[in-house]
Every structure is written in C-alpha cells, then in structure tokens.
Design a protein around this ligand. Structure first.
Ligand code: CP
Ligand code: NVA
Length: 317
C-alpha cells in the first residue's frame, strides 16, 4: 500500500488516510493530545485552537459517530464544519472528484470523507492542497482505531495490550492490523478462511511489524484468538454496502459471535466494538450491555482523538 497524499515540508503526512503513513512517535503524540483534550473538556476548559477554521464533511455512507464527533469537535475547537450531502455535490457524476477537491481547497481548511472506494479518498488527497481525513472507506477506518488505542490506553499500558479481533477481516480489521503494526503491539485475528484481511494490508502490516516488533497472527479459530487476550474486538459481519450478502454472511460467521461462551476463554478481557452493533449477530445483547464492554468509551474517544488529528493536520508548520 503506497503512502497516501503528499508530505509537507516538515515531512509529516498532509493527510490522515491510513495509520501506515504515521510513525509510532507521531501516533503516540496524537494519543497524548487526545488524552489532554479529553481532560480539558471534562474540566470545561476552553480549547479554541482552530478558531475560524472550516472542515468540509462528505459521506457516501450513513454515519452517526463520525459525523457528530467531527462536527462537535470542530465547534469545540472554535471552528465550523459543513456537511455536504452526496446528492448535493454529485461527486463523480455532477463533478469530477479532482474538481471537487480543487474547489474545496480554495474555501475550507480540511476535508473528511467517508467513501466506498479507498482510491477515491487517495484521489481527493492527491489533488487537494488541504488535508484529507479518512472517515472510513471499504478498506480502512483509521480514526476509529486511534480512538480505540486511546480507549485501550485507559485500561493498560498500550504496549502490554494483547488484542484479539474476531469476525470479518474488513476495514476495521485492516486498520487495527496497521495501527498495531506501527505501534508494535500484539494482535490475533480470527476470521473464516475466505474473509481474512486484505492481502495488501497484511503485507504492509508485516513489513511494519518487522520494524516495530509487533506480534501479528491470523487463524480461523476464535477460541485460540481470544484465549489470554486482554481485549476482544468485533465488528459487523455485514459492512455498509454489503447488505445483499447479509443472509449468507450470517451463516458464514455464525461461529464467530462474541458471546458469553466465547468469553469464558478470555475471562479478564475487555470487549470492544466500533459500533454500530448488529445485536444478535456479531455480538449478543448480554455482552454488548455488560460492564466489560467499552464500546461507548471508544465512541466517546472518537471526539477527542479526532480533535487531536484536526489540530495536528491544521496547525502543522
Ligand atoms: N464507528 C463509526 O464510524 O460509526 P458511524 O458509522 O456511526 O460513523
Ligand atoms: N465495518 C463497518 C464499520 C462501521 C463503522 C462498516 O464498514 O460498515
């Protein structure tokens, strides 16, 4: 996977498209700032570091968390966010993506985009002279994983975390792999054979892990993956855009449900989910609603982690 976007003169990434573009030190600095921003908000301390700045938000798929946290985050930082409905701008139909990116670059300070194709994000980032943030693509969801690392760090030293991901080798699994690989953490991924993370992501993660010392493993057995894990992560079996495959997927993934029986093999583990959850599919009500599930902390931390990303991209020298 090629590095995305251009790099500023300070050699920092211009965009936030994939965690693989960022170094461990840069991600740790973002996490530290996210922690501070959470504290500032808790104490009702003003932190209007982006006064007068504007974020354009473009979503090809539905969103609750990403939309609200970016908009609320910009407001809390003293800036403003504009939601562009797909039918309003007709990207690729009414107007070519490059023209949309070039126009937005003249008016606003950054773009967050949720797209089906990851290459559309890369195209926008390549052309835009302003930062482009990945608000989820079919391939990756890096903002979620930064918030997830913030959440994990609230429970243990990040480098001690042993994470098990159970379910579909989708955008969440891909981004977790890359993030874990950059930071040198430990991740076991259990998916059905035909649903492993994308091959090119696995390769990139392995390269990064060779440098960071991360432990990455793949298997088909959810019990083997979760045994001894400190965090058990799952996500939808049917991601946005795959709705036509839902019935087939419910059968293929049936053995990968995160339920109390699976968690008997990980009695100490915290349970994580990026949400939205498909209750009764990848996770049971009993587990999602239990004290050990930290999905709402993950959702909250989207706000703080993304504010750190916005500051980092918009205030870079
Ligand atoms: N986790 C997440 O990205 O949620 P939304 O799809 O609601 O934005
Ligand atoms: N894999 C899910 C994540 C939702 C936040 C999807 O792409 O729909």
């Amino acid at each position: 996977m090629a590095a995305s976007g251009r790099f500023s003169h300070a050699d920092m990434p211009k965009d936030f498209l994939t965690l693989a573009d960022w170094t461990a030190d840069e991600l740790l600095a973002l996490l530290e700032r996210a922690r501070e921003l959470k504290e500032l908000r808790k104490r009702s301390r003003e932190h209007r570091t982006l006064a007068g700045r504007v974020l354009a938000m473009f979503f090809e798929k539905p969103s609750l968390r990403t939309h609200v946290t970016f908009e609320a985050g910009m407001t809390q930082l003293g800036g403003h966010a504009i939601l562009l409905r797909p039918e309003q701008i007709g990207i690729g139909t009414r107007e070519a993506p490059r023209d949309v990116a070039l126009n937005l670059s003249r008016w606003v300070d950054a773009i967050v985009a949720r797209t089906f194709s990851h290459s559309l994000l890369e195209e926008l980032a390549e052309v835009a002279t302003i930062p482009v943030i990945n608000g989820l693509s079919d391939l990756l969801h890096p903002c979620q994983v930064l918030a997830d690392f913030q959440t994990i760090a609230e429970h243990c030293k990040l480098t001690d975390a042993v994470i098990a991901y159970v379910g579909d080798g989708n955008n969440m699994a891909n981004s977790l792999l890359l993030g874990v690989a950059v930071l040198g953490l430990s991740l076991r991924v259990a998916t059905p054979a035909g649903h492993r993370p994308a091959r090119r992501v696995q390769r990139r993660a392995e390269e990064l892990a060779a440098a960071s010392g991360a432990h990455l493993s793949w298997c088909e057995d959810p019990v083997a993956a979760v045994t001894g894990a400190g965090f058990v992560y799952t996500d939808a079996w049917t991601s946005m855009g795959q709705e036509a495959q839902r019935e087939r997927r419910r059968v293929e993934f049936a053995a990968y449900q995160v339920n109390s029986s699976l968690l008997r093999h990980a009695p100490e583990a915290w349970v994580m989910h990026c949400l939205p959850a498909h209750r009764g599919e990848e996770i049971t009500d009993e587990v999602l609603d239990s004290e050990r599930c930290i999905a709402l902390d993950q959702a909250e931390n989207r706000l703080h982690a993304q504010k750190a990303i916005l500051e980092r991209l918009l205030l870079q020298p």
